[in-house]
Design a protein. Structure first.
Lengths: 237, 345, 544
């Protein structure tokens, strides 16, 4: 994953040695000495942010593991209520969007403006498809009375297990919901970036906003790669 | 040894001396290091006070020997304290086998205790000296914590989960009983008194108790019948559900393949969440009793199941057990004297 | 007065660079943002202190006769929430750290000035929510929000308060992210890691803890709020949840949070000890690494809050031994600071008085931490006033003493003016005496068995409680004085000059107050930190 955010050897022109005298006036912020420093700083900042995000989801994963260990049977039952087809399609969609994002980063680093714009648009489209499918999944859960606290129907499940299945669905909605919020934020940023990319704001020297966004997008993708087997594939081996 | 010294709480249990010894050592150790630091600071501050405005300090600013010294010495001390503290901790959390078993429930904002002979108390607890007392506890609503400073002991009460606390009182008297875990508006009002009596006085008290309830095991047997548990759990065996005779305290083979020891938590879970741990060879047909049986009645049912367990080995565990009494039965022997007293009444 | 105004306009600095509300509310200058934070945290400190005062007045008598039980419960809860989330956690990083980190690194600003300003706005949004929750009556759950009381039983605005804590967390995350990147990427040429001032090391360690621990609190509070709003059952035993899981998740953040509060203060003490002994800090690398050791170990000890919460005895044992280990880096620091005084040129100015006070109070606070880590002992004093006294020795005796010392030390740099030394010393002594009188009796109260969060208490505890309240009044005066004379000094204090203490450090090499971009000439570093023998011109008189 790290490699996606970094320049690929050979393709990148030697922008890293651009002398400061070139003064990328519109790009270099006053408090940095050089574009290198600015780029390094924001890359490190993004990694730190991703570490923070990992801990954020880590709390949910901890709760999930504790309860799965306590109530394996109920989690099994809950998992079988999920639509594995829609979940599988969504996994494929998200992995594809990661690919298009990686291609967008490459386009930015090699200064291919039109290609960059198209790949960003593609990424946004795939992200939207993911969210739409997610919406239909949520709606299905709602109709089946599987939304915890709101209309949860314990009668679906054997006596004594309903409460624990509800716990599974609490975690399902918390984890996928938190993931979806991250997707929506990502889509929002794409909406800002696409016109900028079209206008040629991102150049070979100033590709790092796209790289950093790529890092974010891949992180959100990876979270889903964990969520899918934990929630959907439980007990279906 | 601390009586009359106002800075110490009363010491009235076998644990108090152990904890006080730790305390005295900790205070002495802290006093030594605090004074050492304070004396060094004062000495340096006076001896090396700035004498002219442009003066700078000397150049002594590193010493591996010193660093190692003041790493190793504190490390040794804290590890020593860890082992000592852990030893006392294990004494505090592991009740002796011969302990008299009481039950307690905490709810906003009162304590309820029940003795094995049936006496019930609210915000008060009577116990004899020289007899380890084990209290099985559960909270009915929010977290509480049973704290008896004179016994130097404390344990949280958690809803949905049994916890235990034990002590052996040594000195007759009346001592505070506090709730130590914040539990809402009247948290500071959730207090009571522990009355420690000589064994003779305690027997008098048991005999003359106004609230003469049935012993929990007997009350549990009544409940067992009135709820209809006995229609499936036929004691002689052959029912739709396993006989509970000789089950308590023994390993149980579950349908999932696991083996689990049938303790109070297991019995409780089996009543409230029957499908969770089904016994091997039986169908998960038992309905849940969640929300239908109060915590106090659960204690009674458990006491009954326990009495069945102590009555002798069941078919599942030890067929010849009646000849060789289970350890739990032997352990309960010291408690038998007051129990018969209560029964004769 | 007009002369003062004229003098101030002579040299451009960050204060006179622009005027007007907009120039402050939209500033990206780390120094101005530090002052915005200074104003806001002081406000919250005052609010928290008033709550503390009311609590102490109530505890003058054993009966709950001053306020009702519900009011009392809300008072101590909001005291805790405000002091921890809105004062102690942000205070040193966001005020002194914000102001000094770029100066100490020789940088023009933090790496992300806009994010820095954003963090203040996030803090203010959280703070406003907190104030709104106060107007709604305030929560009554204790700052620990333990379910199921907080989720099913409390009738107070718990969700609002938890939301305020949740948002405040993001403010510290943003600051921490900024600090980490700044330390890595914005150091002046020649300023290698082992030439960094120890305050920078401690801010770095703090930032790492904030980055990795705060998100856990955030998600835990989210689960708590959802549970309260929708009755989900994540922590509710009647629905299959586990209330003790909340305690684990909560303390996974909140124990490291203690180090978030104390580490920056330790960094300040290192700076002050060096400056007022005119000597390199003894065992520089040991002090630096002990900060990192505390940051790492701090993540592994949360379970010592759960010795009597039905956690298994094995887990308790593990957490006990790990907690014991945290004592070591703290002890190393105290010993090294003390050794720094040896053969120093020790001045007794106000900031140094705070250092002396810190050494005494933190030593007691740290040692009583060892008491609590000793499991057999903790069973007795857990959730009693012993714990209350212990963490006040760390948070007030440690963090607040460090902060006040640092504020006095850098006040000339921040404002360009000296505070009145006489009043400074008076208030430092008042704080020390008042603090001990307030909190030392609480150790004894705790051992006697007085549980914490008690509105009414047993009569035999009264004498010690009265002593404690008396101490709180002295302490209150000790806090009020600096608020008055520091503000007074901003206008009427003596002009400070670039380096009033003759201290070493990049922050003293620029004018006071510094210009907007900190340095007129970008600094290059060719020497160790605290190199007092190199500083200045000509031979120095070395203390004997």
């Amino acid at each position: 994953m790290a490699a996606d955010a970094r320049p690929h050897g050979g393709i990148v022109p030697s922008d890293t040695h651009a002398p400061d005298a070139h003064a990328h006036a519109g790009v270099l912020q006053h408090h940095f000495d050089s574009l290198d420093q600015q780029r390094d700083a924001s890359t490190l900042g993004m990694w730190a942010f991703v570490a923070q995000e990992a801990m954020f989801f880590g709390g949910l994963f901890t709760a999930y593991l504790v309860y799965r260990f306590l109530y394996p049977q109920a989690f099994h039952l809950g998992s079988h209520q999920l639509n594995i087809l829609l979940g599988g399609i969504n996994t494929a969609v998200l992995i594809t969007s990661s690919l298009t994002m990686a291609m967008a980063v490459w386009s930015a680093q090699t200064g291919r403006r039109k290609l960059l714009t198209s790949f960003l648009v593609l990424t946004l489209l795939l992200g939207t498809v993911f969210l739409v499918i997610k919406y239909f999944e949520y709606a299905e859960k709602f109709h089946h009375g599987l939304v915890p606290g709101y209309n949860f129907n314990q009668a679906h499940f054997p006596a004594g297990e309903g409460g624990h299945v509800q716990l599974f669905f609490c975690l399902y909605f918390a984890m996928t919901g938190m993931h979806a919020i991250h997707m929506i934020i990502g889509a929002g940023i794409l909406l800002v970036y696409i016109p900028l990319a079209a206008k040629g704001k991102f150049t070979v020297e100033y590709a790092h906003p796209v790289e950093l966004f790529g890092l974010y997008w891949h992180f959100v993708d990876i979270v889903w790669i964990f969520l899918f087997p934990l929630l959907y594939l439980l007990g279906r081996y | 040894m601390h009586s009359g010294f106002p800075l110490f709480p009363e010491a009235a249990s076998t644990m108090a001396g152990q904890v006080d010894a730790l305390y005295v050592f900790l205070v002495a150790m802290s006093a030594f290091f605090s004074l050492l630091i304070a004396a060094s600071v004062v000495y340096c501050a006076v001896r090396y006070r700035r004498r002219s405005a442009d003066e700078v300090g000397g150049s002594f600013h590193a010493s591996m020997l010193l660093e190692v010294t003041w790493t190793i010495i504190p490390l040794g001390i804290v590890l020593f304290l860890f082992f000592w503290g852990a030893r006392v901790f294990f004494l505090q959390v592991e009740p002796p086998a011969n302990a008299l078993e009481l039950t307690a429930t905490g709810k906003q904002w009162m304590w309820r205790f029940q003795h094995p002979e049936g006496q019930r108390e609210i915000n008060a607890l009577h116990v004899p000296t020289g007899q380890p007392i084990k209290i099985e506890m559960i909270a009915e609503d929010v977290l509480h914590s049973l704290y008896i400073p004179a016994f130097r002991t404390k344990m949280d009460l958690v809803p949905g989960r049994y916890t235990t606390l034990w002590f052996e009182a040594t000195k007759p008297g009346t001592y505070h009983l506090f709730c130590a875990e914040y539990c809402g508006t009247q948290h500071s009002g959730m207090v009571g008194w522990v009355t420690v009596m000589t064994p003779e006085d305690y027997e008098h008290w048991l005999a003359g108790g106004a609230q003469a309830d049935k012993a929990p095991a007997a009350a549990g047997a009544d409940l067992f019948a009135s709820i209809g548990c006995n229609t499936c759990h036929v004691e002689a065996g052959g029912g739709r559900a396993p006989s509970l005779r000789g089950v308590f305290g023994k390993p149980v083979q579950l349908a999932s393949g696991q083996t689990i020891v049938a303790d109070a938590s297991y019995v409780r879970r089996s009543i409230l969440e029957p499908p969770a741990d089904v016994v091997a060879g039986y169908q998960p047909i038992m309905p849940t009793y969640k929300g239908q049986i109060s915590e106090e009645n659960l204690f009674k049912l458990i006491a009954y199941v326990k009495s069945l367990g102590e009555a002798g080995g069941g078919p599942a565990a030890q067929p010849q057990a009646p000849a060789a009494p289970a350890p739990a039965a032997a352990a309960a022997a010291p408690a038998a004297a007051p129990a018969t007293q209560g029964g004769a009444r | 007065m007009s002369a003062a105004v004229a003098a101030r306009t002579l040299r451009p600095n960050y204060l006179n660079a622009a005027y007007g509300v907009k120039s402050w509310l939209l500033t990206k200058d780390h120094k101005r943002i530090a002052l915005l934070y200074l104003g806001s945290v002081t406000l919250f400190f005052a609010v928290g202190a008033i709550f503390a005062g009311l609590v102490r007045i109530e505890l003058l008598t054993p009966e709950g006769d001053f306020v009702s039980s519900d009011t009392y419960n809300r008072l101590f809860t909001m005291h805790g929430v405000v002091m921890i989330f809105f004062f102690l956690i942000p205070v040193i990083p966001a005020v002194l750290g914000n102001f000094l980190l770029p100066l100490m690194l020789g940088a023009k600003d933090l790496a992300f000035p806009k994010i820095n300003l954003l963090s203040w706005y996030v803090y203010m949004v959280a703070g406003s929510l907190g104030v709104y929750a106060l107007i709604q009556g305030g929560a009554d759950t204790g700052w620990t929000f333990y379910p199921p009381f907080s989720t099913r039983f409390s009738n107070s605005p718990v969700t609002l308060v938890a939301l305020a804590g949740f948002i405040a967390g993001f403010s510290s995350i943003l600051t921490a992210l900024n600090f980490i990147v700044t330390v890595h990427r914005m150091r002046a040429p020649g300023l290698s890691w082992f030439r960094l001032p120890l305050f920078v090391w401690s801010l770095y360690a703090t930032s790492v803890i904030i980055m990795l621990a705060t998100p856990i609190l955030a998600i835990t509070l989210v689960m708590l709020m959802l549970e309260r709003a929708l009755h989900l059952g994540i922590f509710d035993p009647t629905l299959g949840g586990d209330p003790v899981l909340f305690q684990h998740l909560f303390w996974f953040y909140s124990h490291p949070a203690v180090y978030i509060m104390i580490l920056p203060a330790m960094g300040i003490i290192s700076e002050l000890v060096a400056a007022f002994s005119r000597k390199r800090v003894f065992g520089y690398s040991f002090v630096a690494f002990s900060s990192m050791a505390i940051a790492v170990l701090g993540f592994l000890v949360w379970g010592h809050h759960l010795f009597v919460s039905s956690q298994t005895a094995f887990a308790g044992t593990l957490f006990s031994v790990l907690t014991m280990l945290v004592a070591i880096p703290s002890a190393i620091k105290v010993f090294n600071w003390t050794a720094t005084l040896y053969r120093g040129s020790v001045s007794w100015q106000t900031p140094m008085l705070y250092v002396f006070g810190f050494l005494g109070l933190f030593t007691i606070g740290g040692l009583t931490g060892v008491f609590l880590a000793t499991m057999g002992f903790d069973i007795h004093v857990h959730d009693t006033y012993f714990v209350v006294a212990h963490f006040h020795y760390i948070m007030v005796g440690g963090t607040l003493m460090g902060y006040l010392g640092g504020l006095h030390y850098w006040w000339p740099k921040i404002t360009g003016r000296l505070y009145p030394e006489f009043w400074g010393r008076i208030s430092a002594i008042l704080v020390f005496v008042g603090f001990n009188l307030t909190f030392f009796p609480q150790f004894i109260l705790g051992y006697m068995g007085m549980p914490r969060r008690y509105h009414a208490y047993a009569p035999e505890f009264q004498v010690l409680n009265v002593l404690s309240t008396a101490g709180a009044t002295v302490l209150g005066v000790g806090y009020l004085l600096p608020m008055i004379y520091l503000v007074w000094a901003m206008r009427y204090g003596k002009k400070a000059g670039a380096n009033p203490w003759n201290a070493v450090g990049l922050e003293w090499e620029t004018s006071s107050p510094p210009p907007t971009f900190n340095f007129d000439v970008a600094p290059v570093v060719d020497h160790e930190a605290y190199d007092y023998h190199r500083n200045g011109e000509g031979e120095k008189k070395v203390a004997a």
